[in-house]
Design a protein around this ligand. Structure first.
Ligand SMILES: Cc1cc2nc3c(=O)[nH]c(=O)nc-3n(C[C@H](O)[C@H](O)[C@H](O)COP(=O)(O)OP(=O)(O)OC[C@H]3O[C@@H](n4cnc5c(N)ncnc54)[C@H](O)[C@@H]3O)c2cc1C
Length: 391
């Protein structure tokens, strides 16, 4: 008999996993996704800026994003259903700017890693930057690093919708309920208890609970170094729009801004950046006046005159140990798996990580990309597998 799999969390990562499991032959009737908020209004997926890049410091993350782009470009074919629409992709590239020799050295180091892993990252000196992107104020800038291909905005909502919809059509159960306890009697997974008072038996439980990943792990007696961290986003219109696409520009201050249709989107993190409750959506909007707008108007003087249209606070599922995903089996609890800790790059990783964990669960090992280095046992062993390029 096939393993009964319970996926805790049905947002983009849980839905990707559910669909890939069915695609790789796991009987849909043996898969249940439990989701505490089926409106998905407050999860990380709902607040995402929905961009993909190749400029990572860890070659496995470059490979993960390379499959992400393949999936974006060929979504209908991969899903095998004529009803699936194309996924809109606006490849304006990412532009990292360095204003210290140490930052410039870092960009050079990771560019070598990226190009070796197949990314089209090019380094640009200030003259090259000024020629191609005359709207930047380059005072103090020593180097830029631009992704010439396969980086930009993609419509993650469409991917999420179709993974969920087709998984359900194939027979996966999506249950609107909250997992409140995990049965680990006998030292292995036996099932879950739900807020409704019901219980459900399971051979395998996968923790895909986003910012609540540590809370769910604790139900199984395990620790995960994952915290909810606030991230701010503003959408604005400029009185003088730029005459060409704005790459997703990561200013040395950490403020990042990109094209958003005819307008622009800017994001930033608070300083300090404490762990918060996943239900805390309160914002300290002084960050706009004190940090974000000054950095923006300095780097791109055309943005001195802008009108903010919308703003929101969302949460990263931030891995404090090494800022990288935690994916795979926990060897001290047979049957318990993690798909957590994406630290701000989970949307673009949902194709490769959903597929990878589905391979592991259906075939006993990774078949395409080897995700073993992302395994949770690295945390207990205190051997980080870091991602250094976190935005
Ligand atoms: C402002 C912002 C910008 C971002 N920009 C990007 C970007 O440009 N590119 C990128 O790749 N990534 C980006 N990210 C990160 C990305 O959005 C997340 O990594 C990704 O959406 C995580 O998806 P998830 O399904 O793992 O988690 P979530 O979307 O957080 O979903 C977890 C789900 O689990 C459910 N759940 C939790 N506990 C339980 C329980 N006990 N029982 C039942 N259900 C439960 C929750 O209700 C939720 O629906 C951004 C994130 C934010 C906040």
């Amino acid at each position: 008999m096939a393993d009964r799999i319970i996926i805790i969390g049905g947002a983009i990562m849980g839905s990707s996993l559910a669909w890939w499991l069915t695609e790789l032959g796991h009987p849909p009737g043996a898969i249940t996704v439990v989701e505490r908020d089926p409106t998905y209004a407050a999860c990380g997926t709902a607040f995402s800026n929905s961009c993909i890049r190749q400029q990572f410091g860890n070659p496995l993350n470059v490979a993960i994003s390379r499959f992400g782009v393949e999936c974006i470009k060929n979504f209908q074919m991969i899903m095998g259903d004529d009803r699936v629409p194309p996924v809109h992709f606006h490849p304006f590239g990412y532009m990292y700017l360095a204003d210290t020799p140490a930052m410039a050295d870092h960009l050079r180091r990771v560019q070598a890693i990226q190009t070796k892993a197949g990314a089209a990252t090019r380094l640009m000196d200030p003259d090259a930057l000024a020629a191609e992107y005359p709207f930047y104020n380059l005072d103090g800038i020593l180097l830029g690093s631009h992704g010439a291909e396969n980086e930009g905005y993609f419509d993650g909502t469409t991917m999420f919708d179709w993974w969920r919809r087709l998984a359900r059509e194939r027979g996966v159960t999506f249950l609107a309920d909250t997992v409140t306890a995990i049965d680990t009697r006998g030292g292995r997974i036996g099932g879950v208890t739900l807020a409704s008072g019901n219980t459900a038996g399971a051979d395998i439980v996968v923790n895909v609970a986003g910012t609540r990943g540590a809370q769910v792990a604790r139900m199984a007696g395990l620790d995960l170094p994952i915290e909810a961290r606030k991230r701010y986003t503003w959408v604005f219109e400029a009185a003088r729009p730029l005459d060409r696409d704005l790459p997703l520009t990561i200013d040395p201050s950490g403020v990042h801004v990109r094209q958003d249709g005819a307008g622009y989107m800017v994001g930033a993190k608070p300083d300090p950046d404490p762990a918060v409750d996943p239900d805390d959506f309160g914002g300290d909007w002084s960050i706009w006046e004190d940090k974000v707008w000054p950095a923006l108007a300095t780097r791109i003087p055309a943005f001195e005159e802008i009108r903010v249209r919308r703003a929101w606070v969302g949460h990263y599922d931030y891995n404090t140990f090494d800022q990288n995903a935690v994916v795979g089996p926990h060897s001290d609890l047979p049957g318990f798996f993690s798909l957590n800790g994406f630290s701000g790059h989970g949307l673009q990783q949902s194709p490769a990580l959903g597929r990878g964990l589905a391979e592991y669960l259906t075939q006993g090992s990774y078949r395409t990309l080897d995700l073993t280095p992302l395994g949770p046992d690295r945390i207990r062993a205190m051997t980080p597998f870091p991602e250094t390029a976190v935005i």
